[in-house]
Design a protein around this ligand. Structure first.
Ligand code: SF4
Ligand code: SF4
Ligand code: SF4
Length: 168
């Protein structure tokens, strides 16, 4: 199975396309693309309604446009293909990243992201010119997406971020 996946990956035959984020608890980007059949079982049980089938890849993907992830694990329990598995580690490597078009950098008062972050991963501190600017602690961020949903300016995206301790 592993050898087959490696070969498909080498030949560019993997179903994986960069079309949306793999769901939390995915067994790995490429491994997930091989295991997920697009049956939709995870989608129907997700209480937050943030999963959908990608039209391009026909795989389950996360859509933060509808809400954030509570990491309830219902999708894992529903997946019969073993594409989503709890390992005891963090559900995924996704972290929120604030872009330079954030309203606070334009001296517009906004703290919506911090207000919606249950982990309190976003703090504001005085920046150049005295305006308050956000500082996001990736060590604390779980990648739940609540800040992305709350941001009125589309200034937050989710990225796979390797923390220092994972790189070492
Ligand atoms: S962990 Fe829960 S909220 Fe998150 S995608 Fe799975 S079912 Fe939805
Ligand atoms: S993704 Fe979730 S935990 Fe991370 S900063 Fe945003 S709201 Fe906080
Ligand atoms: S909610 Fe968006 S625009 Fe507002 S401070 Fe946070 S990142 Fe900036």
């Amino acid at each position: 199975m592993q050898e087959q996946m490696e070969r498909r990956r080498f030949l560019g035959l993997s179903k994986y396309t960069d079309d949306g984020l793999c769901p939390p608890y995915s067994i790995g980007k490429y491994e997930f693309s091989e295991a997920c059949t697009g049956c939709g079982d995870c989608i129907s049980v997700c209480p937050e309604k943030i999963l959908r089938i990608s039209e391009r890849s026909r795989l389950a993907v996360v859509d933060f446009g509808k809400g954030s992830c509570s990491f309830c694990g219902a999708c894992v329990d529903a997946c019969k293909e073993g594409a989503l598995v709890k390992t005891g580690k963090a559900p995924w490597a996704m972290k929120a990243v604030i872009s330079s078009n954030c309203l606070s950098y334009q001296k517009i008062a906004c703290r919506a992201c911090a207000d919606f972050c249950e982990m309190r991963a976003i703090r504001f501190h005085p920046g150049l010119g005295g305006q308050q600017t956000p500082d996001l602690d990736s060590e604390v961020c779980t990648g739940c997406g609540a800040c992305l949903v709350a941001c009125p300016n589309g200034s937050i995206e989710m990225r796979e971020v390797k923390l220092q301790e994972e790189v070492l």
